[in-house]
Write a protein that binds this ligand. Structure first.
Ligand code: GAP
Length: 455
């Protein structure tokens, strides 16, 4: 509790939402029409952060694992997919409506006495009976609006991997154990969307399905749990804001034999960031039943046949964006003049995920400093995400970069013209050192590699 209070004093959801809009990380969808519930747009800094997080995950899960390959399956899948996967029958939330104020609630998220007494927690009006509400979005494909053309927007990316698992084995000569990774959009008609981009109707997932021989699943499950924890450690995040939580048998998804969440301490408390599931042979067996296709794997050496078990790691990409925004957010007292300038807001992103890696700032626009700075930026552009800012006092420009989370600033001044040196300014410590212009890229690469978060 103490930890939560201390944290809330720094990053609150209001501050994160406001900074996100002000600096172009995330905007409300269709804002000019009053906004669209459950949908958000990623602005210039937000898309860079999201892309960087996706790249970090992709590198970790494919490039660093010889036994994992990638896939990009279509969002629209044959409707039988969702019957086989169990989503048509089981992917539901319990729902109640208030007859008076028309508010809608998830029955498992309001006090039990309200459900028993059928009393609205907002206005005391009468609640409807609890009913099952399927979270999948339905639409139709083709011109005729009849049920024959019913199609779903996928509620998870996983099924695109399962239906392709044999294709991947054949085309890429993969041998069990192996994995398939995918990043893509998923859609859920969430009853309650709240807390900014935490729970939305349209979101992105980063999922990896690892196919293993039955009997080895628990060993692989534990390996993947470990790998996923190490991944977050590598991103230089506040690891005391991470913890494990095991799902009880009453809350496990219909496909899972074992499920653990990696939870993060968001400003509103501990919440799920990623799930690691042992899905057994449930999905492949069901696809075999519903499609009539043999989903068995044949081991070449022994000729043994079996339906592989699947260990799944499933993280929300957009939820990771929110996590990194909360994790990076810091307010620091930097002076004692008794005005607003005493404080700075600084986003302490790890340089590998920061939307901008280096900003180049000429001290003055005149006397050839702007041209020199632009020249340096042109050079750095090849290797890094850069920004260029020549307007306003240098102190204000540093603050703007701090808020964007830019780990390094390169400042060009009169001395630079004479001796070919520049000022390198560090976001976290605000330290400034003089370095030669030559070899700046190598220097920055080294800084990024050796980066250690100070707070
Ligand atoms: N394939 C398994 C699966 O989808 P899940 O626990 O329902 O499992 C995995 O979702 C992850 O996807 C979650 O840990 C979360 O990060 C993200 N996620 C799920 N629903 C979401 C939503 N409505 N909005 C944003 N992210 C969501």
């Amino acid at each position: 509790m103490e930890q939560l209070n201390e944290y809330q004093g720094k990053a609150t959801m209001e501050k994160i939402t406001s900074l996100a809009k002000r600096r172009g990380f995330v905007y409300q969808s269709s804002e000019i029409y009053g906004g669209q519930n459950g949908a958000w747009d990623y602005g210039p800094l937000g898309i860079e952060l999201k892309n960087r997080l996706a790249q970090a995950w992709w590198k970790e899960m494919t490039q660093l694992h010889d036994d994992i390959v990638g896939l990009d399956a279509a969002i629209l899948m044959h409707p039988r997919t969702w019957e086989a996967s169990g989503h048509v029958e089981n992917f539901t939330d319990p729902l109640v409506d208030c007859k008076k104020c028309k508010s809608r609630f998830r029955a498992d998220q309001i006090p039990e006495e309200n459900i028993k007494g059928k009393k609205c927690p907002d206005c005391d009006g009468e609640l409807t009976e609890v009913r099952k509400f399927n979270l999948m979005f339905k639409t139709q494909i083709g011109a005729a609006e009849d049920t024959a053309n019913l199609i779903y927007l996928r509620p998870e990316t996983a099924q695109g991997i399962y239906v392709n698992y044999k294709n991947v084995i054949q085309s890429n000569r993969m041998k069990v154990p192996f994995g398939i990774a995918q990043i893509g959009k998923a859609f859920r008609n969430e009853i309650v969307t709240r807390n900014f981009i935490f729970r939305t109707c349209e979101f992105e997932q980063m999922e990896m399905q690892f196919f293993v021989k039955p009997g080895t699943d628990e060993e692989w499950y534990n390996k993947w749990k470990q790998h996923r924890w190490t991944y977050y450690e590598k991103l230089g995040l506040k690891m005391d804001h991470f913890r494990w939580r095991q799902h009880g048998s009453d809350e496990m998804a219909h496909y899972a034999k074992e499920a653990w969440d990696i939870e993060y301490l968001f400003p509103m408390g501990w919440r799920e960031l990623e799930g690691i599931h042992n899905r057994t042979d449930y999905d492949l067996t069901r696809h075999s039943e519903y499609s009539g296709k043999d989903m068995q794997y044949i081991e070449q050496e022994s000729n043994e046949r079996y339906v592989p078990y699947i260990v799944e790691t499933s993280a929300g990409l957009t939820r990771n964006v929110l996590m990194t925004l909360c994790d990076a957010y810091d307010e620091e007292k930097v002076a004692d003049k008794g005005n607003d300038d005493d404080w700075r807001t600084v986003m302490r992103f790890h340089p590998t995920i920061a939307p901008v890696t280096v900003a180049v700032l000429p001290l003055m626009k005149k006397d050839g400093l702007a041209e020199l700075a632009e020249d340096i930026r042109k050079e750095l552009k090849e290797d890094f995400a850069t920004d260029y800012d020549q307007s306003g006092a240098i102190g204000r420009r540093y603050r703007r970069q701090d808020e964007a989370g830019t780990p390094f600033c390169v400042t060009v001044d009169y001395e630079s013209k004479d001796d070919n040196t520049v000022t390198l300014r560090y976001r976290d410590s605000m330290e400034q050192i003089r370095v030669p212009r030559a070899g700046l890229s190598e220097r920055l690469r080294k800084e990024i590699k050796e980066y250690k978060r100070c707070k």
